[in-house]
Design a protein around this ligand. Structure first.
Ligand SMILES: NC(=O)c1ccc[n+]([C@@H]2O[C@H](COP(=O)([O-])OP(=O)(O)OC[C@H]3O[C@@H](n4cnc5c(N)ncnc54)[C@H](O)[C@@H]3O)[C@@H](O)[C@H]2O)c1
Ligand SMILES: CC(C)[C@H](C(=O)O)[C@@H](O)C(=O)O
Length: 369
């Protein structure tokens, strides 16, 4: 039996993309002679529109809690059995953020373009997205928390991850984008203390000022941005477009859990959502999913070179004019996936002596398990 990979599936186009993921991962495993076992969560988690179809607010709240509890248990079970990676298709934001708060998740994306590299660390563990709702007639009240402990954890993680991505420690700028003017000076003090402790300069800026600076002068050659999710969620697709000429349909990101009980468990997801309008139509673009499958197989199942191999396959298929409708083509998801797997060839491993990629887990970097 090979390495175990977790798989969690949401409604909408989730089942189609989960099949694409499984097919791609097994195909890559076959090419590299590395078998993997894929363990699917038994529950299909809601998307927003499937929850809405459940009926009233009370039922939606119950469905949200049930999904969150179930998915948290699945993550914990996977971590307990030593699984290091889960691929999750899109699920509804509200359940996901409950789990992200409980397991202290940060979302990581290295956005590389002609003008430089921007390492985006999204704090998904605290703030508005992770809040709790209470209802009275005509009013929803959402309460949420920021804490020094979580802020410290997120900053420490971000600095370690930056060192992992840029081992020469050469970072031009560390910026934090948070709405700190609303927090009575407390957040400012926490960040100043953390910067002093780590011996780094951190520019704490208001979200609109971060945007203004990016518009004025773009990111520096290497920029680390730690973003409160209130800014970073809305900006993610814009940053991808502006600084890497990428679209959400093509990209995956990683969610790292900082809670010690699931330490080392990385959840991969597409940047795009469940695309419910395309469900069951075999038209959803599989690019983000196949890229995630290649990254998981390379980083978590010893298929060195799989990421590059998938990029070459995507390039070939582009040249052959095989595209799903969102890319201007008329090929189905099934046809595009088959074309990709058809041209996929194992890419040679990097030359001996080159540095293996490190994964950061709470407590410090460690080599690929
Ligand atoms: N990855 C995630 O977990 C994730 C990300 C975003 C939204 N969501 C959830 O997904 C659900 C739907 O959200 P939404 O409608 O705001 O965003 P969405 O990304 O699902 O859809 C927005 C638009 O983009 C299109 N689209 C998205 N992915 C595509 C793909 N791979 N190929 C072709 N077209 C694609 C859709 O058809 C739709 O027109 C909600 O429940 C939301 O909370 C989850
Ligand atoms: C909506 C939500 C589920 C989604 C995701 O997590 O992929 C994204 O918008 C985010 O907040 O990061």
């Amino acid at each position: 039996m090979g390495r175990n990979i977790g798989l969690a599936v949401g409604r909408g186009t989730g089942p189609e993309l989960a099949d694409v993921f499984e097919q791609t991962a097994h195909h890559i495993g076959g090419l590299y002679s590395r078998s993997v076992t894929i363990t699917r969560s038994p529950r299909i988690y809601h998307s927003y529109s499937s929850l809405l179809a459940e009926g009233d607010t009370r039922r939606m709240r119950r469905g949200t809690e049930e999904d969150a509890d179930h998915y948290e248990r699945f993550c914990r079970d996977q971590a307990d059995r030593g699984t290091s990676a889960i691929f999750r298709t899109a699920i509804n934001a509200q359940s996901l953020y409950l789990v992200r708060r409980r397991l202290r998740a940060v979302k990581v994306d290295l956005i590389a373009g002609a003008s430089g590299e921007l390492l985006l660390i999204r704090d998904a563990a605290q703030g508005f997205y992770t809040g709790e709702n209470s209802h009275s007639p005509g009013v929803v009240t959402r309460t949420m928390t920021f804490s020094r402990e979580i802020t410290d954890q997120v900053i420490s993680f971000a600095l370690r991850r930056a060192r992992d991505e840029w081992p020469d420690d050469d970072v031009d700028e560390i910026v934090m984008a948070y709405k700190f003017h609303l927090l009575d000076g407390a957040f400012t003090e926490w960040v100043a203390d953390a910067a002093a402790r780590h011996g780094v300069d951190i520019a704490l800026r208001q979200p609109d000022t971060v945007n203004r600076d990016l518009i004025e002068r773009g990111p520096s050659r290497r920029t680390l941005i730690i973003g409160g999710n209130e800014w970073a969620d809305a900006m993610h697709a814009v940053l991808l477009d502006r600084f890497a000429a990428e679209r959400q349909e093509s990209r995956f990101t990683e969610n790292i859990h900082l809670h010690p009980e699931v330490s080392g468990l990385v959840e991969f997801q597409t940047v795009h959502g469940s695309a419910d309008d395309l469900a069951g139509r075999d038209r959803v673009n599989p690019t983000a999913t196949v890229r995630a499958a290649a990254a998981i197989m390379e980083r978590h199942a010893h298929c060195t070179g799989a990421i590059r191999a998938m990029e070459l396959a995507l390039e070939s298929v582009r040249t052959l004019g095989v595209h799903t409708p969102d890319l201007g083509g008329d090929h189905s998801t099934t046809a595009m996936t088959a074309a990709l797997l058809d041209v996929l060839e194992p890419h040679a491993a990097p030359p001996p002596g080159s540095t293996p990629r490190l994964h950061i887990v709470p407590g410090g970097p460690r080599a690929d398990p």
